[in-house]
Design a binder for this molecule. Sequence first.
Ligand SMILES: *[C@@H]1O[C@H](CO)[C@@H](O)[C@H](O)[C@H]1NC(C)=O
Ligand SMILES: *[C@@H]1O[C@H](CO)[C@@H](O)[C@H](O)[C@H]1NC(C)=O
Length: 216
Amino acid sequence: MASHVLLLGLLTISYFSALAFGDESPLQDFCVANLTSPVAVNGLVCKDPQLVEPNDFFFTGLQTEGNTSNALGSQVTPAFVSQLPGLNTLGIAMARIDYAHVGVIPPHTHPRATEIFTVIKGSIEVAFVTSNPINRLLIKVLQKGDVFVFPQGLVHYQRNVGHGHAVAIVGLSSENPGLIAIPSTVFGSKPEIPSEVLEKSFQLSKSVVAKIESKF
Ligand SMILES: *[C@@H]1O[C@H](CO)[C@@H](O)[C@H](O)[C@H]1NC(C)=O
Ligand SMILES: *[C@@H]1O[C@H](CO)[C@@H](O)[C@H](O)[C@H]1NC(C)=O
């Protein structure tokens, strides 16, 4: 009896620890997302396997330079499950990031993915911050061919510190990594977080909070 309880306990622990890392393992060869299905599940509904085609596992577009003519001077071109339906349930995705001169990808986090990052062109400063209460900044300047990893859930950013355009390619441990951009999440939610909360949290005056909110 006691051994059954122990076995059940061990199974429960291994089940939950398996769930704690990235996406769940697939239960079949593939589950190409049916992007038109209205059925809501955790992930996306599978397309009929008989109707799967090579193009379901294919995406073209990372050869194209992103349009960095925006306030941040950066552009992400994703190859996530929405662009590449064959990624559904595989727990992996990639993207190209373009940076104009001094372009930035602002502090953000991916709730569902670790990110591995490599520079294809230029010179890019990368950093992440450890969780509270230490909040240590781990920062590094990368050159072409260098690789850096942003651990799952941690706030990170990138900045072009070279002389011209820069390009990076990233891999993510989820087909749908999610994005929480700190500035727009905190100062641009709809409806807005009550300004009293932001004033107290950031120790700012009402007018400064209003000014920041007006940017998002
Ligand atoms: C996708 O889902 C829609 C809506 O349920 C269905 O009509 C269609 O046949 C599905 N497509 C494939 C290829 O399975
Ligand atoms: C790039 O984006 C800007 C701002 O949205 C837009 O005005 C411009 O036409 C775009 N350029 C190209 C080449 O798409």
